[in-house]
Design a protein around this ligand. Structure first.
Ligand code: DQA
Length: 143
């Protein structure tokens, strides 16, 4: 089983950025915990602030990996190109958000990429990523 977590813009600053919303822990630290928890899965992590690089990464893994957990950050709400990339590949993608986007500004309530994804998890803090992996594991089991 080969899963990739992709983080979009500004998520390299987790643990530093708006701590009251996104928490105190860096993604690198959290990712180490995830790797221990899912030692039987090949779990990788990629982050970019650049839309085209996120698209390239989806293309790179999207025909061979078993699942992608994607936090597209603000591109969630704006990027038709990312939505098209997700639709173009075979690998199932779960959309995740650390914060509950529906409790926030109106502009964050809509998702461009949601329609192309297997499902969405939002509002569970960093645990949203683990729940995303669980969703993919369930999906892969039933296939
Ligand atoms: C986010 C929510 C987005 O609205 C925001 O732009 C982010 C992070 C989240 O994980 O809660 O950068 O995706």
């Amino acid at each position: 089983m080969n899963f990739l977590i992709i983080n979009g813009p500004n998520l390299n600053l987790l643990g530093i950025r708006e701590k009251s919303i996104y928490g105190e822990i860096s993604f690198e630290t959290y990712f180490e915990q995830l790797q221990v928890l899912y030692s039987k899965i090949k779990l990788e992590y990629y982050q970019s602030n650049i839309e085209g690089e996120l698209i390239n990464e989806i293309h790179r893994v999207g025909f061979s990996y078993d699942g992608i957990v994607l936090n597209a950050g603000a591109y969630t709400h704006t990027s038709l190109a990312l939505a098209d990339a997700i639709s173009a590949v075979n690998t199932p993608v779960v959309e995740v958000h650390i914060s509950n986007v529906h409790k926030r500004e109106l502009v964050r309530h809509s998702t461009m990429i949601g329609k192309a994804c297997l499902g969405t998890i939002s509002g569970f803090g960093m645990d949203s990523y683990r729940l995303g992996i669980e969703g993919l594991l369930n999906y892969c089991d039933k296939r």
